[in-house]
Design a protein around this ligand. Structure first.
Ligand code: PMT
Length: 221
């Protein structure tokens, strides 16, 4: 039996991976399936929360009893998260957000030209949503949780990222082409701004999600 320890709370979860369009046919994207974020949304709803799920390009069915807002790009994700976060008790950023987007959007399909090298793709920085909501809490006591997807020096990079982003908790997980992305399972260490470290052994993404909510509930109390 699940404790309804999030009853009366509004939580916002982002999931999936943003796509940054180059032209009407192509985009820069990443390998996030949305499964970890959807597991967070499902488990929060099971614990009694009102849940807003901001979903970027995840081909997954809407979880029952969850408000789903669909977005494509990082800029759209920012807009949707900021709006939902205005009255939220907690925000969990599980989405894989593009740090950069193409500087120019070609309104027609980019053509290859005989005998000519392709034009380089120039990128510009996207807003850092997690850093922004951490620095500018929409309400006092709001708990902000980030994820860190790392391929090497996982814990050291995670600690540096926690300090840089200014969130309360950072879920550090290792990723690779076929690791964590798209998988039903995950393993992680949840770092706290208070110096705490909570290891979560390999298991279903729901189990990691429940550990995240346990840590959030403790901070909301
Ligand atoms: O979707 P799955 O297939 O289940 O895979 C799950 C996952 C690997 C995508 C997930 O567990 C995960 O790690 N999500 C975060 C991916 C990511 O973007 O990590 P990052 O280290 O690049 O970013 C750190 C944090 O900042 C994240 O919370 C991210 O949402 C946030 N961010 C990043 C860039 C940006 N411009 N704005 C942000 O808010």
């Amino acid at each position: 039996v699940t404790e309804p320890d999030l009853r009366g709370r509004h939580v916002v979860v982002s999931a999936g991976g943003t796509r940054e369009p180059l032209d009407p046919v192509r985009f820069l994207g990443n390998r996030s399936s949305g499964k970890q974020g959807y597991a967070l949304a499902r488990t929060a709803a099971a614990r009694g929360a009102r849940v807003t799920l901001v979903s970027a390009n995840a081909g997954l069915p809407d979880p029952a009893g969850v408000d789903v807002v669909r977005v494509g790009t990082a800029v759209q994700l920012r807009e949707a998260v900021l709006k939902a976060a205005a009255d939220a008790d907690a925000v969990v950023m599980a989405a894989a957000v593009a740090d950069f987007r193409p500087a120019v959007y070609a309104t027609g399909k980019i053509k290859k030209r005989d005998g000519q090298d392709p034009d380089p793709i120039v990128l510009v920085r996207n807003p850092d949503i997690l850093a922004e909501i951490s620095a500018d809490r929409a309400r006092p006591g709001q708990v902000v949780v980030g994820f860190a997807a790392e391929t090497d020096d996982v814990l050291a990079n995670g600690r540096a990222k926690l300090a840089r982003k200014g969130c309360d908790l950072l879920v550090v997980n290792e990723v690779g082409e076929a690791r964590t992305f798209g998988s039903e399972e995950n393993e992680a260490v949840v770092l706290g701004a208070d110096g705490s470290e909570t290891p979560v052994p390999h298991g279903p993404k729901e189990a990691l999600a429940d550990t995240v909510w346990d840590l959030v509930v403790r901070r909301l109390a």
